[in-house]
Write a protein of this length. Structure first.
Length: 199
């Protein structure tokens, strides 16, 4: 009887030892794939970005940033279904993630689905305790939607906030790409912005 109880205990010890030696390497490999995929994304090597970010996700299925960046690589290739799925997965892991909310809002904005875009863009800034440079883009996109919906006071307030953030902050550490549709422009955020908590 006592040997039966010892075996599960021994298995747990062995698993803990294996995890100690192999798990950090796995996490490190996942981080390396994430960084490589992000560099590929920044350099418009989109297929390679998807491959590397997929490996990062395989190593760490809870890596919200990897889902977001892979969504952007899909988005840039016109693969909107895959992009939307990755952004929804990121939000299922971290519902208040401003990057995923913003980028999903942008995806709906580009498709002319303003009510859904508004929902996600408003969520992207709803939990702010302080403004960061990336929020200026979100407020400009909100202003665009508010104007399209005839909500002129809200549009003015969103533009005021975007202007205030732009004047008060250092140049942003994220990429923007102008997007024109039917003669009306707004900005799309093309990559997860860096750690700007201290800014």
């Amino acid at each position: 009887m006592s040997s039966v109880y010892k075996k599960p205990g021994m298995c747990i010890i062995v698993l803990l030892l294996l995890a100690r030696f192999f798990l950090p390497q796995g996490l490190h490999a996942g981080e390396a794939y994430f960084e490589r995929g992000t560099v590929y994304l920044e350099n418009n090597r989109l297929g390679e970005a998807v491959d590397a970010l997929t490996k990062a996700i395989e190593q760490n299925p809870l890596n919200v940033e990897a889902y977001n960046n892979r969504a952007l690589a899909y988005y840039e290739q016109g693969m909107y279904g895959q992009a939307k799925a990755d952004l929804l997965r990121a939000l299922s892991i971290s519902p208040d993630n401003e990057v995923a909310n913003s980028n999903l809002g942008i995806l709906f904005l580009e498709k002319g689905r303003y009510d859904q875009a508004l929902l996600y863009l408003e969520r992207a800034v709803s939990h702010n305790k302080s403004f960061r440079p990336c929020h200026a883009v979100i407020y400009r996109n909100l202003a665009f939607i508010y104007a399209k919906k005839g909500m002129n006071d809200k549009a003015k307030e969103a533009l005021r906030r975007a202007s205030m953030i732009t004047q008060a902050r250092q140049p942003p550490s994220f990429l923007e790409r102008p997007f024109e549709r039917e003669g009306e422009g707004y900005m799309l955020v093309l990559k997860v912005w860096g750690d700007e908590e201290g800014q």
